[in-house]
Design a binder for this molecule. Sequence first.
Ligand code: 5AD
Ligand code: SF4
Length: 437
Amino acid sequence: MKKILIETYGCQMNKADSELVAGVMLPEGYTNTENHEEADVILLNTCAVREGAEDRILGILAHYRKYKEKKPNLVLGVIGCMAQNLKEELIHKRPWVDLVMGPDSYRDLPKAIQQLQSADHEPLVIVRRDRFENYEEIFPVRGEGFNAWVSIMRGCDNFCTFCIVPFTRGRERSRKSSNILREVRLAVEQGYQEITLLGQNVNSWKDEESGERFADLIRAVGQIEGVKRVRFTSPHPKDFPDELLYAMRENPNVLVPHIHLPLQAGNTEVLQRMNRGYSKEEYLKLVDHIREILPDVAFSTDIIVGFSGESYDQFQDTLDVVRRVRFSGAFMFKYSRRPYTKAEHMPDDVSEEEKQRRLEELIELQRSIEAEIVQEWIGKETEVMLEGVSPKREEEWIGRIPQNRPCIVPAACGQVGDLVKVRIVDARAMTLVGKPL
Ligand code: 5AD
Ligand code: SF4
C-alpha cells in the first residue's frame, strides 16, 4: 500500500477539500499517514488569501526539500488556492516541487501522481479553468471527530475588491440538494453528530432543479435523524433572508444560534471601495433585526484593518461597530494586497506599522468585549456538545455551547458527540466551565 500525507492550511473549505482529495486517492490504493519519512506522496493544500499565508508555504517547501533528497521518488505536490494563483511560478521558486494543482483539478490527481512516479518526469502544473468542478458524486473521507464539514457550493461571484478567492476558486456554483443530503446521511451513519455546511456565500445557494434556497436546505438537514447540531459558514450580510432566521427559530436546538457574519470594515466609504454591498448602518440594522428574531444569537466576524485609503477616522467606525455589535469572536487581519483583484490597482497606502497599530487596538477592544461576554454566561444554563479530553487537563473534557464558545466539563458525563445540559459556574480566560445538571 502506498502512503499519502495531506497537510491543510487556510480555511474550512480547504479542510473539506483535503477530505475530498482523500476521497479521490484512498480508493486508488493509498492509505493516510502522518509520518513524512514514510510518505510516498506529500500534498500541501494551500491558501492564497494573504501574502503571509503563501510565504509560510514557501518556507515549509524549503524545509521539505530534505524529504525529496532522502526519497527521490517521493511526489511533493502543492494543491489548492496558492497553486492556482502561482502556477508555474511556484516551480520556478521551489524547483523540487513535482506537482502544482488547482482546486478544480483533483479528479486528475491519481493520473498525475502515477505519471510522476513513472520515470524521471518533469514537474506537472495542472490549473484548469475550462471546467468548474462540483465533485458532486465524490464522497470525502473524513478525519476523526464529531463534526463533518459538508461543502454545499464552490467558488464565489461577489468580487470583493480585496479578495483573491473568485480567481482561485472560480465562479459560484451550488451542489444539488439530493447529493448534499445523501452526504449528510452518510456522515451521520459514520458517527458524526454535528454538520457544518460550507460555502463562500451560503445565502446564494440554490438547487437549480427544484428552486430550493438555503433556508430549505438547512431545514432539511436539521430534520435528518441523528443530526444533533447544524452550523454554517458564511452568509453574506448584503442578502440575509428572513426565511433562514425563521428556520433557525423553529429548530433552535439543532440549528444553533451562532452566525458568522463577516463585517470586513465599519466605515461606509471603505465598504464601498471593498464592493461589499452594504453600509455601516445597514450592517447594524441587520444585526438588530436578527437579534429581534433570535434573541440568543451570538455573532462572530472577519475584519480587515488598513485597507487601501482607510484613514484613522474611518478605522474608528470599525471599532464603533465592534462596540455596538459585541461579537463573541472575531478573526482580525491586516490588509494584504493580492494579485488579480481590483484593489491590486489601488494604493496600499496604510503603512505596515500603522496596520499593526490598528490591529492591536482592535484586538484589545475585542478581547475586552469577549471577556465581558464570558462573565455574562456565569449562572446561566446551556447545553455542551462533548468534543474530547481537554488539551490542558486530562481529567476534564471540552466541548462547545450552541453559541460556539468552548466549555469545560468534568470528564465522567458522556462520550464524544453527547449533548450535556450544564450550568455555567466559572470561566477560565475565554473558556466557560460548566457543571452538569
Ligand atoms: N487581506 C487581508 N485579509 C483578507 N481576507 C480576504 N482577503 C484578504 C486580504 N487581501 C480575509 C477576509 C475574509 C477572510 C477569510 O480573510 O476577512 O473574510
Ligand atoms: Fe480558503 Fe480563500 Fe484561503 Fe482559498 S484563498 S484557502 S478559499 S481562505
